[in-house]
Design a protein around this ligand. Sequence first.
Ligand SMILES: [Fe+2]
Length: 190
Amino acid sequence: MSTPQLEAFIKEIESVTREYVQPADIVLEASPLMFDLLEHVGEFLQPNHTQACDEHYARNQVYASADGSISLFVMVWNPGQWTPVHDHGTWGLVGVVKGALQERNFIRTDPREREDSGIILRRGGVTLLGAGSVATFVPNPDHIHRTGVPRDWRQTVTLHLYGRHMNNYNVYDFELGRRTPVDVPSDTTV
Ligand SMILES: [Fe+2]
């Protein structure tokens, strides 16, 4: 991380997380900052930030705070690349740099919020996020979704800010009603 735009963004986000505790307040305050950052994205994105991967969507880490409280990734989605159904265990913001991202939402309808089995998921709505859009989520209860780019769309680049180092998340088995923690290492750390 080296550009003034990105450094200023991180400082502002850290100021928000010092001032607010509730995830819903953090994303409320942070979402305009992500929205503005998208306007300047060409000024800080480097070629290694936007490297794609043939096998799966690429997660290129741009920043991770020393105290583990936030992390920022650029993700590159070739057509047909998707996450599994997952939650994040924290708040987060997604901004679309180019292309369009599809989000398929799931709703947990069993009465428990935290157990890892006996999960009953229902399919929820779909969100299509175009360039310049910002979406947010909070873990109260867990936000469950899968995101990706359909086969007949074009390559998409997105920015993801999380309220922790995002090196693992819970992956859901829709049929078996289970979720399992899975490591999600970065493709590139820059
Ligand atoms: Fe996600």
